[in-house]
Write a protein that binds this ligand. Structure first.
Ligand code: C2E
Ligand code: MG
Ligand code: MG
Ligand code: MG
Length: 278
């Protein structure tokens, strides 16, 4: 293992390094052009109520229809967008687009949008949300902003002020990927989130099941005590679902219910849940 790491590190300074750098520059140029050309889309993954499995919301997940590379996933371009200063315009677009789309849905369906820690760097985020809500006419309580612990790691006072202003608008603030970062518990005291999403690493089959279920139950109890709801992420099988069923979680999300869907395919899913509710 040490040997191969050593080899990897050596190659990193060789001709491969140049190739990596060149590809990165190309991708950055593509990204810049792509933002201008509007090559991005949102796919939507349903969130269901535990128990009834009724769809109560959807998470918007960004995709990039790259002209030659095909449909790209967020982990392959969001970090780059963050590094080269494009996450602002991209994130803005996502919030505005998601709000517009959600106005076409039944009123009880919420829309969740992921927000990068870097979008908190300026006042722009607040302005974007205010104007996206005004232009779309979406009821603010239907908008959920998903942030990670990384947001709270940095200049907390300004960030907290922004979070509180967003909250005052009626927007719901969600802590995403809970349990993967540092000091998760203390952050729950620093800011009163509306909802906690328990990271999917706690439902994976290989991950020491009994312990994970105990953690899910403990986090859910804690959240409930603090007046927050919970979503368990990454439910892929009936077995995983039945394991979390009695642990008090409010919502579930995962491939078992639906993969993230392009908007055309989502309509059927929402129509269905609408009929069931009626
Ligand atoms: P996330 O917010 O935690 O989103 C959940 C991710 O888990 C999504 O990956 C989703 O497709 C995936 N997932 C859902 N159910 C399952 C399941 O049952 N099993 C497994 N293995 N995975 C499941 P995706 O779409 O690749 O997004 C990855 C991350 O990229 C997101 O994680 C989020 O942090 C980020 N991201 C996505 N869209 C945006 C965006 O518009 N803005 C920003 N800043 N970040 C975004
Ligand atoms: Mg998320
Ligand atoms: Mg998540
Ligand atoms: Mg995640």
């Amino acid at each position: 293992r040490a040997k191969s790491e050593g080899r990897g590190r050596f190659v990193f300074f060789g001709p491969d390094m140049e190739r990596v750098m060149r590809e990165r520059r190309e991708l950055e140029a593509d990204l810049r052009a792509g933002v201008g050309r509007g090559e991005f889309e949102l796919h939507y993954q349903p969130l269901v109520k535990v128990g009834t499995r009724e769809v109560v919301g959807c998470e918007a997940l960004m995709r990039w229809a790259h002209p030659t590379r095909g449909l790209m996933m967020p982990q392959d371009f969001i970090p780059l967008a963050e590094e080269c200063g494009l996450i602002g315009p991209l994130g803005d677009w996502a919030i505005r687009h998601a709000c517009n789309v959600a106005t076409q849905w039944p009123d009880h369906i919420k829309i969740a949008v992921n927000v990068s820690p870097l979008q908190f760097r300026s006042d722009a985020l607040l302005h974007t949300v205010v104007s996206a809500l005004a232009q779309s006419g979406l009821d603010p309580v239907r908008l959920e902003l998903e942030i990670t612990e990384a947001v709270l790691l940095r200049d907390s006072e300004e960030t907290l002020a922004t979070l509180n202003k967003l909250r005052d608008l009626g927007v719901r603030i969600v802590m995403d990927d809970f349990g993967t970062g540092y000091s998760s518990l203390s952050y729950l005291r620093v800011f009163p989130f509306d909802k906690i999403k328990i990271d999917r690493s706690f439902v994976r089959d290989d991950a020491g099941r009994g312990d994970c279920h105990a953690i899910i139950e403990a986090v859910t109890n804690l959240a409930t005590g603090l007046g927050m709801t919970t979503t368990v992420e990454g439910i892929e099988s009936e077995e995983q679902m039945s394991a979390v069923l009695d642990r008090g979680c409010t919502e579930a999300q995962g491939y078992l219910f639906s993969h993230p869907l392009p908007i055309e395919e989502l309509r059927g899913v929402l129509g269905q849940s609408d009929r069931r509710a009626a």
